[in-house]
Design a protein around this ligand. Structure first.
Ligand code: ATP
Length: 134
């Protein structure tokens, strides 16, 4: 079994899609280990997106992820990291396959509803950032 850090970004909360998205993870069989509604500041965004802070797309991404409450959670299950990323779909909602969260619900490259850790090392790092007590 494996744990992964998932964010339902502020667009998910704003659009009233929290239940829809969590429902997909639960229906798949993943278990909730921790969950919290939180509004983050720029420093927290920079810590989470450390690998992207120098990228051209980062300033608007930082503005977006700090624009309102998001839901942070830890999900657990067999191969949870890969399973969550498959459910999320490709980064760009316009190109993500139908049937995925982004493919069904997002029409944006930035406001793409969800984040999921991309490797066991990222999951460990991100879980420490968001849920230091776990
Ligand atoms: P995440 O890490 O959030 O699960 P991802 O791994 O699919 O998404 P990354 O390449 O790590 O995507 O980019 C992180 C986030 O930055 C994306 O989810 C998206 O919100 C934003 N992003 C990435 N590329 C672009 C871009 N070209 N233009 C605007 N926003 C972007």
């Amino acid at each position: 079994t494996q744990r992964t850090l998932v964010l339902l970004k502020p667009d998910t909360v704003r659009r009233g899609l929290v239940g829809e998205v969590i429902g997909r993870f639960e229906a798949k069989g993943l278990s909730l280990v921790a969950m919290e509604l939180r509004t983050i500041d720029a420093a927290k965004a920079d810590e989470h997106y450390a690998e992207h802070v120098e990228r051209d797309f980062y300033p608007p991404l930082r503005a977006f992820v700090t624009s309102g409450p998001l839901v942070a959670m830890v999900l657990e299950g067999d191969e949870a990291i890969e399973v969550v990323r498959a459910l999320n779909g490709a980064t760009d909602g316009r190109k993500a396959a139908p049937g995925t969260i982004r493919g069904d619900l997002s029409l944006s490259n930035r406001e793409n509803l969800v984040h999921g850790s991309d490797s066991p090392e990222s999951a460990e790092r991100e879980i420490k950032i968001w849920f230091p007590g776990l």
